[in-house]
Ligand binder design. Structure first.
Ligand code: ADP
Ligand code: ZN
Length: 730
């Protein structure tokens, strides 16, 4: 090889591509290409081309692949390189949550099309023209696409028809093409647009937060204020400070549905909407947002979990609103917790992070106790509004009529609220009409064929549906088991059934059901908010979707239909979650001048959760819960990790679970439980088994699991997922 002149000038880089099955690979940099660590490049991989990021630049030749066998990179995108802080975050996330780095990188790059320099894209939208030939499919498409716009693929997905149906409608003139410019800049929020006069208490907290943003160093805050105390108003001051410094802010919200009211509120304060990032974006919107984020033009981004990994050019502040919400835990793909990962990002970026909550997680409170997070309190509602009065209704003492779910005391309160022309909210965390359908004659129960779950009846859409896999059937006229007609009965209530009961009791009342079935898009949420604000709804019946974020001044009564529901699951956070959920929904009542009232239906009025809610003793409840966790060495005092083994083949899943169980090494401070069939033994057609690792905090849990799982021969038909710090034990 001596004297091969071409070799001399070569540079070698290590690239992390988007292929999750592979780690970083070495490539050669062609002479005319300029790259550095973080550059986004296009790399050859077998016959394919894949985007990737230069992870290490200027590597020395290694033994494994000689320089002369390295393939050259195909190109470098004209985009700023990923900054070291983000690369560290990706490495940390992959390492801590035991996920492939490429899977984490994918969240940062978000969509391959965003990398392209294209300035416009062709989208389609309905014209209102009725096609000469109408088919059921075409009708369905036109019904569902009213007011929508997007790529053919996106429209087809929304309408649940094939691409060909959409194209047919384009040819028939019922859908037209529109050219959308995607590099339009976003308007800049104005920090002084409509600054509120803060109360003395709010002002102090805001000043601390502003100073932290100005200091440009890592500092985690718990902004702990009762519902309606002005947490949002106060953290907006920190956002204003970041804006004034020209830096970016990320506000993480637990659900897409909350984005819409947030956008309105933000616009009122800063004069224009922030940039939204969530899974409901069209690909053109996603591309526009991503490019504005990476160039630093998107000054404030509000988003769901995944916006945490985006390549912000100059991040100055992260806010996690409703930080206690368990929906910040991602339950598929990379199993990360966005709240905890947000704190890590803030640390790598050297910026402040604000966790805002009226009911902080025990984990977060413990960080305050340890002195790691600074707690800022807002103990009173703004403007003298009182905290609502919470009372329990003992369902054994004061039961509803047979076949009904609302106790007389709650019905009376509803009557009074309607008479005063105020609004009420009934909370039940169950979608649909009834959670179980059974045959009165033979006892047959409708179970999902793919999951260990009952089929939930939805009357609004006339279906029995599985909430795990989406499988659905029309309700059969007769029992499929015994053939008896009209023998099927609905058991238990869902929100639709409560809505029926409300209509039977108050035929004049205008009701709205609020669940992910009815508020499935930001537009639907906006419509709901407008109708509530205009007083066009008297009684809302909703799931956890209505428990947070909303501020309806005329809403004065909240009824919790079944406070015991959340306690039945029995996992380590069940009581805490129940407390948070009920405290949050209670917080919707009486947020303005009119006092609020909360009635909690329960069969266990003496349960600690209910007593804490009624007595207003949050501190006592948290102290007892925290102590119980300490005794059990449960999080945050110890650590759990779940190992979930699944396969379409039940035997193989079981054999793998047993093999993993047998291979468990022993290590001081770590115990392994299981394997056992998972409570959710079958999910989407896969048989599931679980093991649970319980470790001392300092025990090196991930390393232990990595070493352990390496001992077991893989089976291509079996999937093994590790869930570090699990929230779900099913
Ligand atoms: P939280 O986020 O703690 O639930 P919000 O920030 O939503 O509280 O505040 C509750 C209500 O009080 C909102 O309508 C908000 O606009 C209003 N509010 C809070 N602080 C102020 C203030 N300083 N000036 C005017 N309105 C305020
Ligand atoms: Zn199912």
């Amino acid at each position: 090889m001596i004297g091969d002149p071409v070799l001399l000038d070569r540079r070698r880089v290590r690239v992390l591509t988007l292929n999750a099955a592979l780690g970083p690979l070495d490539y050669r940099v062609p002479q005319d290409m300029a790259v550095e660590a973080g550059s986004i490049v296009l790399a050859p991989l077998g016959p394919r081309q894949l985007a990737g990021v230069v992870w290490e630049a200027d590597r020395l030749p290694s033994e494994e692949v000689g320089d002369n066998r390295l393939r050259p990179l195909l190109g470098a995108y004209n985009l700023p390189p990923l900054k070291p802080a983000l690369r560290r975050l990706i490495e940390w996330t992959a390492d801590y949550y035991m996920a492939p780095p490429a899977a984490v990188l994918r969240m940062a790059l978000a969509s391959a099309s965003a990398l392209d320099g294209a300035r416009s894209v062709t989208e389609y939208r309905p014209t209102g023209v009725i096609p000469p030939r109408m088919t059921p499919q075409r009708q369905q498409a036109l019904d569902r696409l009213a007011g929508r716009q997007g790529l053919v693929r996106e429209l087809a997905a929304i309408a649940d028809v094939s691409d060909a149906v959409i194209r047919g409608l384009v040819n028939a003139g019922a859908i037209e093409a529109v050219e959308v410019t995607i590099d339009n800049t976003y308007p800049l929020p104005d920090p002084a647009f409509d600054q509120p006069a803060l109360s003395a208490e709010q002002g102090q907290v805001a000043a601390t937060l502003r100073a932290a943003v100005a200091a440009r160093s890592f500092q985690p805050f718990l902004l702990d204020g009762v519902t309606g105390s002005g947490k949002t108003e106060v953290y907006f001051e920190a956002v204003a400070e970041a804006l004034a410094a020209g830096r970016q802010t990320l506000v993480l919200l637990p659900e897409i549905a909350l984005t819409e009211p947030f956008l309105k509120r933000f616009e009122a304060r800063f004069g224009c909407a922030p940039v939204a990032w969530h899974s409901d974006l069209r690909s053109s919107q996603r591309r526009r947002a991503w490019r504005a984020i990476v160039r630093g033009e998107a000054k404030v981004v509000v988003g769901a979990r995944s916006s945490l990994f985006l390549p912000y050019a100059d991040l100055g502040l992260i806010v996690v609103d409703e930080a206690h919400e368990s929906s910040f835990k991602q339950e598929d793909g990379v199993l990360y917790h966005a709240r905890d990962t947000a704190v890590m990002r803030a640390r790598f970026e050297e910026i402040p992070v604000i966790l805002a909550s009226a009911t902080p997680a025990i984990e977060t409170r413990q960080q305050v106790t340890l002195g790691h997070y600074k707690e800022l309190k807002l103990p009173a509602r703004f403007g003298g509004a009182q905290m609502p009065d919470i009372a329990a209704i003992d369902m054994l003492q004061d039961p509803p009529q047979r076949g009904r779910w609302l106790a007389p005391a709650l019905v009376k309160a509803l009557t009074e609220t309607l008479e005063r022309k105020e609004q009420a909210l009934l909370f039940l965390n169950r979608r649909g009409y009834a959670p179980l359908t059974l045959c009165r004659t033979c006892g047959h129960r409708f179970q999902c064929p793919n999951c260990t779950a009952w089929m939930v009846e939805h009357r609004l859409t006339a279906r029995l549906a599985c909430h795990h896999c989406g499988h659905g059937i029309p309700p059969p006229p007769a029992c499929p088991e015994c053939g008896e007609a009209e023998s099927l009965v609905a058991c238990g209530p869902g929100v639709e059934r409560i809505a029926d009961e409300v209509t039977a009791l108050f035929p004049e009342a205008r009701t709205a059901i609020v669940t992910s079935d009815t508020l499935w898009s930001p537009a639907r949420t906006a419509e709901f908010v407008n109708r509530m604000e205009a007083g066009e709804i008297d009684i809302v019946i909703g799931t956890q979707l209505v428990t947070k974020g909303y501020h309806f001044p005329n809403l004065t009564l909240v009824g919790v239909v079944d406070a015991d529901l959340g306690l039945s699951g029995g996992d380590l956070r069940a009581a805490e979650r129940s407390y948070q959920q009920i405290a949050q929904v209670a917080g919707r009542a009486g947020r303005a001048a009119k006092p609020g009232r909360v009635l909690v239906q329960t069969r266990e009025p003496n349960a600690p959760v209910i007593r804490a809610l009624v007595g207003g003793d949050a501190d006592g409840f948290y102290a007892a819960e925290t102590e119980a966790r300490r005794m059990a060495a449960a999080p945050p005092f110890g650590r759990f990790a779940g190992i979930i083994i699944s396969s379409e083949d039940g035997d193989r899943a079981r054999r793998m679970a047993e093999a993993i169980g047998r291979a468990a090494p022993s290590q001081e401070g770590i115990s392994v439980f299981g394997p056992a069939p998972a409570p959710l033994g079958m999910l989407r057609g896969r048989h599931r088994h679980r093991l649970l690792v319980h470790a001392r905090r300092s025990a090196g849990t991930q390393e232990f699991i990595r070493t352990w799982l390496d001992l077991v021969a893989p089976d291509p038909k079996v999937r093994i997922a590790v869930d570090v710090d699990p929230y779900n034990f099913l």
